[in-house]
Design a protein around this ligand. Structure first.
Ligand code: PGA
Ligand code: ZN
Length: 438
């Protein structure tokens, strides 16, 4: 007899993400009738070592169409998983990976592969009448609401490159629940908008992740604005609320010269110069987390940065690309002390989860992250709770593709009450230089 969890039907189609760019959507139906569906996200400041999305090229949608990936999802990939038990996630994911036959998943498309990986997980949870966070959790573990990192101001690839640093975020430090943390971040965003307006800056421009996109003269000016916003909202700077930045340094690294171009400030600086600059920012502003401080393959520089910026969470995004081999290298070398986890960087949920577990086993913090091109889905929130990642980053407090994630977490917390824990600030990696070493 066929199990009610056996994958019976796969149906994929082309949808649009929050930037209006085509993306893969899929629905999986199990033999017992349960369904799971998904629309996958897509990044703009992507790392070289990410799994590869398949895009059509040609003239449709400016070459960004995903009709080919959809054909693969409905064809080769569907055939690889029809009949498998959807609750056996690693088996489903392994079959998807084998069907593509390449580590980067370029042949059939990482976008097609991720769609089926997530839809299968959703369908399996539905078959058991469970929310996804419960289905994703290890038996016996309590649901953990993550500490949110919330975008306030954007620059770089997410806001027309008006400033070099890609994201300026806040981390509520003293909030005692997830809901309270979101309220704090909302207050800071509103107050920062008023600070910018008072300074004569336009706050009408909203960046890709829902943050403010003012045209500012320097990166420091953005740090200044967020700091004043925190104070204006009535919080103690650095005590109640800390600042996180995603430098996304690969984006302004010049591989020919081996240095970094701060275009907004018309300066070229070396890796050592950039680390020194970051140290100065850390001395002037209450920065608790820095992401992608150097280029994606500058392991040596990253080790130096991890030592030089002690006391701060140093988060690897493009550096690790949610790849266990790269995270393993980081652990060995002592490069970074936290891992940004984006399921679409690696292509399947099993692989992303393995990276979370590997990071935790080595004492590294994890931040589950959305992409700048997002969708109305909220499965990422369930994974943060079920996997116990500790932290999450999905953008600002507005735009539906962002609030869908916050809203899902608000719903889970409201529903579970004392049945769940809130991670709080204790989940931030406090770098002691050597702490990340195995
Ligand atoms: P991306 O940006 O989704 O455009 O890659 C997010 C990030 O860099 O963290
Ligand atoms: Zn990043």
């Amino acid at each position: 007899m066929t199990s009610k969890r056996a994958i019976a039907d796969v149906f994929a189609w082309e949808a649009l993400d929050s930037r209006g760019t085509p993306t893969v959507a899929a629905e999986i139906t199990l033999a017992g009738g349960a369904r799971g569906s998904v629309i996958v996200p897509s990044g703009a400041s992507t790392g070289t070592h990410e799994a590869s999305e398949l895009r059509d090229g040609g003239t449709r949608y400016g070459g960004r169409g995903v009709a080919g990936a959809v054909v693969n999802a409905n064809g080769e990939l569907a055939r690889a998983i029809i009949g498998l038990d959807a609750s056996e996630q690693s088996r489903v994911d392994e079959s998807l990976r084998q069907a593509s036959g390449d580590d980067s998943l370029a042949r059939l498309g990482a976008n097609a592969v991720l769609a089926l990986s997530v839809a299968s997980a959703q369908a399996a949870a539905a078959a058991d009448g469970q929310p996804l966070y419960a289905a994703a959790a290890r038996p016996g573990t309590r649901p953990l609401l993550p500490l949110p990192m919330v975008n306030i101001i954007s620059g770089g690839a997410h806001a027309g490159r008006s400033i070099d640093v890609q994201d300026f975020l806040v981390v509520p430090l003293t909030a005692s629940s997830f809901a309270e943390a979101i309220e704090v971040a909302w207050n800071v965003r509103a107050a920062t908008a008023r600070v910018l307006e008072d300074g004569g800056h336009s706050v009408a421009l909203i960046a890709d992740e829902g943050g403010l996109g003012p045209v500012l003269p320097t990166n420091r000016a953005a740090l200044e604005a967020v700091s004043r916003g925190i104070e204006r909202a009535g919080y103690a700077l650095g005590e109640d609320v800390g600042i996180a930045i995603d430098i996304a340094a690969t984006q302004f690294y010049n591989p020919h010269r081996g240095d970094y171009r701060l275009a907004a400030e018309d300066r070229d600086i070396s890796a050592a110069g950039l680390i020194k600059e970051l140290q100065e920012w850390a001395a002037s502003f209450p920065i608790v987390s820095m992401e992608d401080v150097l280029a994606e393959d500058d392991w040596e520089g990253w080790v130096l940065a991890t030592e030089a910026l002690s006391g701060i969470q140093l988060l690897g995004d493009d550096l690790f690309c949610t790849n266990k081999h790269r995270v393993g290298t980081g652990i060995q070398l002592g490069a970074a002390n936290a891992v940004l986890v984006k399921p679409n960087q690696i292509g399947t949920l099993s692989d992303a989860r393995e990276v979370v577990d590997l990071a935790h086993s080595a004492g590294l913090a994890t931040v589950l992250s959305a992409r700048s091109g997002e969708t109305e889905d909220s499965w990422l929130s369930d994974l943060a709770v079920g996997w116990g990642t500790g932290q999450i980053k999905v953008g600002s407090t507005m735009r539906s593709e962002r609030t869908s994630k916050w809203n899902r977490l608000l719903a889970i917390e409201a529903r579970l009450g004392d049945g769940a824990d809130y991670a709080g600030r204790g989940t931030l990696a406090a770098n002691s230089g050597a702490s990340a070493r195995a």
